[in-house]
Ligand binder design. Structure first.
Ligand SMILES: O=C1O[C@H](COP(=O)(O)O)[C@@H](O)[C@H](O)[C@H]1O
Length: 239
């Protein structure tokens, strides 16, 4: 199966490539271009990235881009409520692979704050994000094979509130039954309003998930990624 076998909605751009490395480099070029343009007109720019296994080569490529990183705010779209020394920590992934080289001078806003649970840490996370400029300039999403994106999981009891278009909170604690860790995630409104959004995917299984998501686009609570399959989205997929 290839991306061209799917019927993407009008306005969703197919940026797929033949290798994961090519796609990571293309995504890094695109993101650097958007950030550079933003930094020409604004004092700061924001970059929201995802965790998991897919972004590693993208992070490494992006970290070498010549930008004024000291004016870039980097944060995750979501985090597992684990300490930073855990292999499951998205923060650790970002620190070790993105906040390196030229990007070492970026300001990192951490979604993982003290607290026994994400719900207990929520106030501190809100304080950490208090001066984040909105809308987000660049948003890179991933997707799980259950159709989750960020930590907006179909089986999280908190999903409906976090996906509410009127949700007043920028972050939510989620506790998906399927996941070993509790989560913290940006909510739908700040993600929806990002100026540039890319979906970064690797592997044929993700194409099948995307195909399923496209088959019934209105049922967003069944597969939250559906909410993002809208004009303007760029999909960077590789086998
Ligand atoms: O748990 C998560 O999973 C998704 C997808 O990860 P991948 O390993 O399939 O690339 C990711 O986008 C999200 O940030 C992460 O917390």
């Amino acid at each position: 199966m290839k991306m061209s076998d799917l019927r993407l909605p009008e306005g969703v751009v197919d940026r797929s490539g033949s290798t994961a490395n090519d796609v990571a480099l293309a995504l890094a070029d695109a993101v650097a271009g958007v950030l550079e343009a933003r930094l020409r007109e604004a004092p700061r720019a924001s970059l929201v990235v995802s965790g998991g296994s897919t972004p590693l080569p993208f992070f490494q490529a992006l970290s070498g881009k010549a930008l004024d990183w000291s004016r870039v705010d980097v944060l995750l779209a979501d985090e597992r409520w684990v300490t930073e020394d855990s292999d499951a920590s998205n923060t650790r992934l970002v620190r070790e692979n993105l906040l390196q080289n030229n990007a070492a001078s970026a300001r990192f806003l951490s979604l993982k704050q003290p607290g026994a649970t994400p719900a207990a840490g929520l106030e501190r996370v809100r304080a950490e994000l208090a001066d984040l400029g909105l809308p987000i300039d660049v948003l890179i999403l991933g997707m799980g094979n259950d159709g989750h994106t960020a930590s907006l999981f179909p089986d999280a009891p908190e999903l409906e509130a976090a996906m509410d278009p009127q949700c007043q909170d920028i972050v939510a604690a989620t506790t998906p039954a399927s996941q070993p860790q509790k989560r913290i995630t940006l909510t739908w409104p700040p993600l929806r309003d990002a100026r540039f959004t890319a979906l970064h995917l690797k592997g044929e299984d993700k194409l099948h998930t995307l195909e399923k998501a496209l088959s019934d686009p209105d049922q967003v609570l069944e597969m939250p990624i559906r909410a993002f399959l809208k004009p303007g989205l760029q999909v960077f997929w590789s086998p």
